[in-house]
Design a protein around this ligand. Structure first.
Ligand SMILES: [Zn+2]
Length: 266
């Protein structure tokens, strides 16, 4: 092959790559600003503690992850309007767990639905039995959807120290789902940690939670997948406290998410 042929082939591959990327960007139907808006930056600084704690270079990476997410995943309001602040909170919830994995894509996710209130398993937000603040859709087209109550999503970020954030919770389920199953054992655990000690840690902590001897939300005692999602909320919202109270769990989660959030605290 001549140099020209090689160069031609390289530019063709680059063009095709860009075409695929662009067609994906159009998929979300939302025109993402090319330059990250100053008021978005201000909003993240006020509302998203994870972002506020990053250094300037990391903040730029976070912003670019947000732009990528908004360009690829559709966010739709069901009987409720969606503004840029809602979009930023959805995207932040998605970016936080995968921040240390630059290549990560939520492969199974096409769309995020925002509801005006809590809802039921049947997605009914008017029933008096509505209790669900967020869930990963299951079965058929719903397997590519994650749903949130918009007020609950906002509350997760408004109250910054309650170890609870439904946005992070649901995206950790998706992170867990990437290897095919939501089972509380994301594939990265297999890479960095042994599974058996992790399962032992889950049962030891679950026993303490059930008898009220733990400050971890007892909902996490439901099963290993809820344990992972609930402890991840705690890990991302209160890393120092989590490290102090649950050093073994902190070690596993900082390895799973490749993020030693409380590194300045001994
Ligand atoms: Zn859950």
């Amino acid at each position: 092959m001549t140099t020209f042929t090689i160069l031609f082939a390289i530019s063709l591959i680059a063009l095709i790559g860009r075409f695929i990327y662009n067609s994906k960007v159009k998929k979300s139907g939302y025109k993402v600003p090319e330059v990250f808006p100053e008021d978005w930056r201000f909003f993240l600084e006020q509302e998203v503690q994870f972002y506020a704690n990053l250094n300037p270079e990391e903040k730029l990476l976070f912003e670019s992850d947000i732009q990528h997410f908004l360009g690829t995943i559709r966010i739709t309001g069901v009987k409720t309007p969606v503004n840029d602040e809602d979009r930023l909170l959805v995207a932040s919830s998605a970016v936080i767990p995968i921040f240390r994995f630059p290549e990560w894509e939520y492969k199974t996710l096409y769309e995020v639905l925002l509801y005006p209130d809590l809802f039921t398993e049947e997605y009914d937000f008017k029933s008096k039995d509505r209790t669900i603040s967020g869930m990963v859709g299951d079965g058929g087209v719903m397997s590519h959807v994650v749903l949130f109550s918009k007020p609950a999503l906002r509350m997760g970020f408004d109250i910054k120290n309650d170890k609870h954030n439904v946005g992070i919770h649901e995206f950790v389920h998706l992170f867990d789902k990437q290897d095919g199953s939501v089972d509380g054992i994301p594939s990265v655990i297999m890479q960095h940690q042994a599974v058996l000690p992790w399962l032992n840690l889950i049962s030891k902590n679950t026993a303490e939670m059930i008898v009220g001897k733990s400050d971890i939300n007892v909902y996490g005692a439901t099963n290993p997948q809820e344990f992972l999602a609930v402890t991840s909320e705690y890990f991302f919202e209160r890393p120092e406290l989590f490290k102090e109270k649950h050093p073994e769990l902190y070690e596993v989660l900082s390895s799973v998410f490749q993020n030693d959030l409380a590194k300045n605290i001994d």
